[in-house]
Design a protein around this ligand. Structure first.
Ligand code: 0WD
Length: 253
């Protein structure tokens, strides 16, 4: 379905990463893929995964650096010329800011979480759009903590709210170029990033009890929706936050 199409994926940290689930789905659909890593430690984990899918475009990019972002897109331009889609699957907050009371959030911690988890989507989208000469699609990953208070999610909830809002403004900005921009709000999945959230295990079991589908969200659930949004099947959807959470978000009492 995606033969000949080219996708950039930011945020594969290991085989449990949501970005890796989406990468595999895109690969199975015939897409060509570029992966990024933020530092040498992550590079060591990403290269073997890239090899598994025959991907030879593995590039460095810490999204806090404008210079590294510029270099990434310059490299992609010279290798590929054009780009069809982007997966932005990156977030970070200081562990301390997820543990102390929200009212004690530091200015530095706030700026860090918002920079890595929300501004980076804008920085990536603007550069990617220049390569999407035939239209394209971008997706990012969000969480219910953007809208509701989830214990311990704290400053990351504020960052996800900014991210979802940025998705709407990006969609309006880039729509005239036939570029779609959407967020997937995923239910909790046990990944490296999730391990930074205190009491994550309890969150998982409470979630599976309450969710209409009575189970936790899987990588495959998210990957299938990612594939849909990034493929021609998602052509009429933009600016949305789509829940892939086994229905958890609809439950009141
Ligand atoms: O329950 C979950 N796992 C959910 C995750 C539920 C709903 C949403 N999400 C979101 C996360 O907030 C994030 O935006 O999905 C996205 C992907 O997260 P993930 O797959 O759960 O986690 P992980 O496999 O750790 O990938 C995130 C990666 C980082 O990993 P670590 O754990 O090393 O921080 O984002 C990357 C990094 O590889 N990353 C960066 N990449 C470039 N530049 C940077 C940076 N500055 N900071 C973090």
């Amino acid at each position: 379905m995606l033969k000949g199409k080219k996708y950039l994926i930011l945020g594969v940290a290991n085989e449990r990463s949501i970005a890796w689930g989406i990468t595999q789905a895109l690969h199975q659909a015939g897409a060509q893929i570029a992966l990024t890593y933020m530092n040498e430690a992550i590079e060591k984990r990403v290269r073997p995964l890239a090899a598994e899918i025959g991907c030879d475009t593995v590039l460095r990019c810490d999204v806090q650096s404008d210079q590294e972002l510029d270099q990434l897109f310059a490299d992609l331009k010279s290798r590929w010329g054009a780009l069809d889609g982007v997966v932005h699957s990156i977030a970070f907050a200081d562990r301390e800011d997820l543990q102390r009371p929200f009212s004690q959030t530091s200015r530095k911690g706030f700026n860090l979480a918002l920079d890595v988890s929300a501004y980076s989507m804008i920085a990536v989208a603007g550069r990617a759009a220049e390569l999407m000469t035939n239209g394209g699609s971008l997706i990012t990953l969000s969480y219910l903590g953007a809208e509701r208070v989830v214990t311990n999610y704290n400053v990351m909830g504020v960052a996800k709210a900014a991210l979802e809002c940025s998705v709407r403004y990006l969609a309006a900005d880039l729509g005239a170029r036939n570029i779609t921009v959407n967020a997937i709000s995923a239910g909790p999945i046990k990944t490296l990033a999730a391990s930074g959230i205190p009491h994550f295990k309890e969150l998982l079991s409470a979630f599976a009890e309450k969710a209409p589908l009575r189970r936790n969200t899987t990588l495959e659930d998210v990957a299938k929706t990612g594939l849909f949004l990034l493929s021609p099947n998602g052509s009429g959807i933009t600016g949305e936050t789509i829940y892939v959470d086994c229905g958890f978000n609809i439950i009141g009492l």
